[in-house]
Design a protein around this ligand. Structure first.
Ligand SMILES: [Zn+2]
Length: 212
């Protein structure tokens, strides 16, 4: 019998923001699907993840619709960050720290999320106010980048992995005691590797851990 609990939505995933963002590019047997390929999809994702208000989403949507070239430029900036997250995760997965260039690129994106104070003159005096370096979208992008920077600096980077299934490459954080899980999902990618190993054993061939 169905009880009320069965009707509840899935609990929100506790993954870090940069992980959720990186996995908007999903691979199935090595074939990519970009879940935020259009400005509308990206803006909806940013709204869903609390990185932009509904007003901000609507405003940016109208702006990028009016100016498709600007839309493409802004999409490219997010894709750049996503590639950077994947590249850094690959490095960390292989037991290395991010390269100097990767750190420079990440810091460059972080700078667009800076706030600064300034004095604003007004008719009856002056106001001390907070301003932003980047606009809505740069701020959102910097927030994603800062989730990665925080993780690398303060969490356990060795828990960050890229799925060992070459056709999947999903990014995940393994919070188990050892933190050494190799597959994003034991039942899907892990099982596939096990089946492949079993098959090669049956044929008398050497096992291939990453077969898919
Ligand atoms: Zn996987």
């Amino acid at each position: 019998m169905m009880n009320a609990r069965d009707l509840l939505p899935e609990p929100p995933q506790s993954d870090e923001l940069f992980v959720t963002f990186a996995n908007t590019l999903e691979f199935t047997n090595g074939i990519p699907t970009d879940h935020v390929a259009e400005p509308a999809a990206l803006l909806a994702w940013l709204k869903e993840n609390g990185l932009i208000s509904e007003r901000g989403r609507a405003g940016e949507s109208a702006r990028l619709h009016r100016d498709p070239r600007e839309g493409e430029r802004r999409m490219e900036r997010f894709r750049y960050l996503r590639n950077l997250v994947h590249a850094i995760a690959d490095r960390v997965n292989d037991g290395h720290p991010p390269t100097r260039d990767q750190v420079r690129d990440l810091n460059h994106i972080l700078r667009h999320g800076l706030h600064y104070h300034q004095l604003v003159s007004e008719a009856d005096g002056a106001r001390y106010s907070v301003s932003q370096v980047g606009d809505h979208l740069d701020q959102a992008r910097a927030t994603i980048a800062s989730s990665l920077a925080n993780f690398l600096a303060q969490d356990d980077p060795h828990r960050l992995h890229t799925c060992a299934n070459e056709g999947c490459r999903e990014i995940f954080i393994d919070r188990s005691p050892t933190g050494r899980r190799r597959w994003c999902d034991m039942r899907v990618c892990g099982n596939r590797a096990k089946v492949a190993r079993h098959r090669s054993r049956a044929r008398g061939l050497p096992a291939k851990a990453n077969a898919h």
